[in-house]
Write a protein that binds this ligand. Sequence first.
Ligand SMILES: O=C(O)CCC(=O)C(=O)O
Ligand SMILES: [Fe+2]
Length: 321
Amino acid sequence: MSDSQTSVELPVLDISKPIDPSFLSFLAEACKKWGFFHIINHGISEDLYSKLCTLSKDLFSLPSDTKLKLGPFSSLKTYTPHFIASPYYESLRVSGPDFFASAQSSADLLSVQQSSEFSEILQEYGSKMAELSKKIVEALLTSLGDGFEKKYYESEFKNCSGYLRINNYSPPEKLEDEVEGLGMHTDMSCVTIVYQDEIGGLQVRSQEGKWMDIRPCEGTLVVNIGDILQAWSNEKLRSSEHRVILKQPANRFSLAFFWCFEDEKVITAPDEVVGEGNVKLYKPFVCIDYLKFRENNEKGKFEKIGFTVRDFAGNGLQIDG
Ligand SMILES: O=C(O)CCC(=O)C(=O)O
Ligand SMILES: [Fe+2]
């Protein structure tokens, strides 16, 4: 890689086909190095994205005091207003597995017009994302070892569930220099599936500490590994630091779907995943305890995460690469 390179080339997994054995080593390598890869042929049409984008624009253009009916001091708490994660970021959470009901209860409180269209589309998107997440986890298990998908999918991942965040980034009108839309963080999920619009701005931090662009590409979704899968895989899969930069004075729209273990699951890497002769890098921990630890230590802020899953359950040892 030349020094001037600022964007990262990630492997592209065709999720509509059985995984090609010759591709597995590229996937495993990228997941260890970057914790990111792309998927194509995911079955979600441009038309669905454009509907989601229009509906989300309508929602975020509501007055602030209306949106705050779903804010941190409300009963639903599905809306993250500006100045919590960043002055330029706001988002709406839609929880699964009943995405329709979750979207509908938010839409009802805001008295959104076309609320049933909004909820139906989110149900369609949420359930497609859940199906994709299963296929992604199966592909990742296959990349970790021959037969691992059969061995571990049912026993470890069958109770996973997902939630969605609809993100709206609004940079200042007079944008002299780039600003951080969402500060550096790692996701707490097993895997996250991200759709970013054509504005771009998602960046991943290299192991040398350099920020690299993940460029948007039509028809392609970004997948990243989260903290709890990093721990479960004994760091064979990496949860890397990423952020969002706003370089243009234009609104940016993105969707992040987080696929997570059930709250009560005890997370521990199976011996076979750790591999003979390697040490377990994490003590077993209960999933919800880590989520609470992060909540308490971040106070809702994303900037400069001080603590990660290593601080919470790491045994103090570190492997390179
Ligand atoms: O907006 C994006 O592209 C990424 C958002 C993200 O990293 C997150 O919500 O965790
Ligand atoms: Fe993220």
